[in-house]
Write a new protein. Structure first.
Ligand SMILES: Nc1ncnc2c1ncn2[C@@H]1O[C@H](COP(=O)(O)OP(=O)(O)OP(=O)(O)O)[C@@H](O)[C@H]1O
Length: 581
């Protein structure tokens, strides 16, 4: 019988070894009856078996049953030790577990710990892979969207969220462009027809220069509400103190004026002239332009040229604020109107005498648009929960990043509100329609990062310039700056020219791929020419990088010398190209 139980206990020990490799089994008299392979590496089996535990270790079993202890071997290795009692057929056994502390750096354990952390944090996390399948959905996200991770992990995003088109998936957008989408407030999930709004940002996951997926972090709205109120309160206090006069515009809430606007194209020059005229009028103004085209830059410049430029410029991004909070932020609150509400002026009151800039107005929910329209018509505002009305006395500049006619047709922008906010209209064309500005702004950003990073870059390589001119710049100037920043980080201190190879791989694929496909589509060039062109470009870039040393270049490209020489001949690469690239 005893033998059977011993075999059984030994089997349990072996099974447990999968999880904790260091196991010692003791009988009731605390004599060691079995040890795992890992313990055999520390002590000789002869010395250990049948010996009493207290002869070998500095702790009593009673202590280890009660709490875990760190044990240091004579060689300096540390183990975490704990004990558990097992009673079987009235026999008592004690299992002592020894966990290598450094094991915590093992991938398996690290992964386990990360999973624990992800499931216990307050922020919602959802992650998808390259195909758009959901691979992670934590508990907090379940709470926010009232969906179950069990049901949706493994599904495509568009299946899980019932999107009408794959393009509606922001994760896929981020995966394809590599550009994060930040501070969104939107509902993707619906419970019994009720939208589950979440406040979130989506980021790409980059590994070895390639994007392999995307993830979003969603915030808890209640917490966010109090944070936002605090931020607004802080801003107000800062503004009222007018801390510094060093920056010429600091005390009115702006940083840009027309002199900061860069661009050599006729379009931008005309636009500045148009905007300068509009600055002298006091009508409400609508600025239309894709994301990152400089709508806020123009709005601030217009304010600073206007006669009320000493008064505040107050900006709010309508897409970033939860719907029920937007109303209190714009119109203000009266103490007690909801839990935690204080007597607080809204932004309309804050902007008195100056300008209120409503960015991404097209994201404002329709119900809120109705309230805004009423305020603009009556030119009076009433704080949430209050009875008293206050006259409003500010210029309203709004910005939208979509075609107004289209969103009116789709019912996302009230037509009457559009007429109210768009007495004057300024349209900023996308960067791809003003190629001259791509280069002038590019040079401006080179200068900016030369200063910041202590580098002395002078220009773009001809290849890079060509690619930049034919890329379609969906993120406009913001994206251009992001790309130049990436180039400038990677270019070496002694280099004078930015080249394609200075870009991370995922950006290269994004901009080169599109360039090539664009040319093929326009039938300007055949696929084989494109491939030849890319091959030539990569080889010449690498030759330049390696100062035309054939051995170094072939190593760099991962091909043998002979193959490199053959390809150079085939592609007509001669060393004179050193000067032209
Ligand atoms: N003409 C310009 N000259 C200099 N910098 C510019 C110009 N246009 C845009 N920028 C820069 O590009 C970035 C984006 O500008 P801005 O925030 O004004 O764009 P936006 O159109 O308001 O974007 P969004 O619609 O996403 O709010 C800023 O860093 C700004 O400094």
């Amino acid at each position: 019988m005893a033998r059977r139980i011993y075999m059984e206990i030994k089997r349990v020990g072996e099974l447990l070894m999968e999880h904790v490799p260091g196991i010692i089994i003791l009988n009731k008299r605390e004599e060691i009856i079995w040890i795992s392979e890992m313990i055999k590496k520390i002590y000789s089996q002869k010395k250990v078996l049948n010996n009493r535990f207290c002869n070998l270790f500095p702790f009593t079993i009673d202590i280890l049953l009660y709490t875990s202890k760190i044990f240091k071997t004579p060689y300096g290795k540390k183990y975490n030790m704990k004990a558990r009692k097992v009673v079987d057929e009235e026999k008592e056994y004690i299992f002592v577990f020894m966990q290598d502390i450094e094991d915590f750096t093992n991938d398996k354990i690290r992964l386990y710990c990360l999973e624990k952390i992800i499931s216990s944090i307050n922020d919602g996390i959802i992650m998808s892979n390259a195909e758009g399948r959901i691979i992670l959905y934590n508990k907090a996200q379940e709470k926010l969207e009232e969906l179950s991770g069990k049901d949706i992990i493994g599904k495509y995003l568009w299946e899980a969220y019932d999107y009408k088109a794959i393009e509606m998936s922001e994760h896929q957008k981020v995966y394809k462009t590599g550009i994060p989408i930040v501070n969104k407030y939107k509902a993707h999930a619906y419970k019994d027809g009720v939208p589950k709004y979440v406040f979130y940002s989506t980021y790409p996951i980059e590994k070895d220069g390639e994007i392999i997926g995307a993830y979003s972090i969603s915030k808890n709205e209640t917490m966010l509400k109090s944070l936002l109120s605090e931020t607004i309160e802080l801003k107000r206090r800062l503004r009222s103190k007018k801390i510094s006069k060093k920056d010429k515009y600091k005390d009115n809430g702006t940083v840009y004026s027309f002199t900061d606007i860069i661009g050599d194209s006729e379009q931008i020059k005309n636009l500045i002239k148009e905007a300068e005229t509009m600055a002298l009028l006091e009508n409400n103004l609508l600025i239309i332009g894709e994301t990152g085209t400089g709508k806020e830059v123009f709005a601030q410049s217009i304010h600073n040229l206007g006669k009320n430029n000493k008064e505040p410029f107050v900006a709010i991004n309508c897409a970033a604020i939860p719907e029920n909070l937007l109303e209190s932020i714009l119109f203000g609150t009266v103490k007690g109107s909801y839990t935690g509400a204080v007597d607080q002026a809204g932004l309309f009151e804050e902007a008195r005498g100056g300008t209120l800039f409503l960015d991404e107005l097209n994201s404002m929910p329709i119900a809120m648009q109705t309230k805004l329209l009423r305020v603009l018509q009556e030119r009076k505002v009433r704080r949430v929960g209050g009875l008293k009305t206050t006259s409003i006395d500010c210029r309203v500049i709004s910005a939208i990043n979509e075609d107004p006619q289209k969103i009116i047709k789709e019912g996302r922008l009230r037509q009457d509100l559009f007429y109210r906010i768009a007495s004057l209209c300024l349209y900023i064309p996308p960067l791809r329609e003003r190629p001259q500005d791509i280069l002038s702004m590019g040079s401006f950003f080179i200068g900016k990062y030369n200063n910041m990073l202590n580098k002395s870059v002078k220009s773009f390589s001809p290849e890079l310039r060509e690619i930049m001119l034919s890329y379609h710049w969906p993120g406009n100037i913001r994206e251009l700056e992001h790309i130049i920043e990436n180039l400038m980080i990677r270019v070496r201190e002694n280099e004078k020219e930015l080249r394609i190879e200075h870009l991370p791989k995922y950006i290269q694929t994004r901009i080169i791929g599109e360039n090539a496909v664009g040319k093929i589509r326009k039938k300007q060039i055949s696929l084989s020419e494109i491939l030849r062109d890319i091959e030539k470009r990569i080889i010449v870039e690498s030759l330049n990088k390696n100062e035309w040393n054939i051995s170094k270049t072939s190593k760099d490209l991962g091909i043998i010398r002979q193959s490199l020489i053959y390809r150079m001949k085939k592609l007509g690469i001669k060393s004179k190209e050193k000067e032209i690239v």
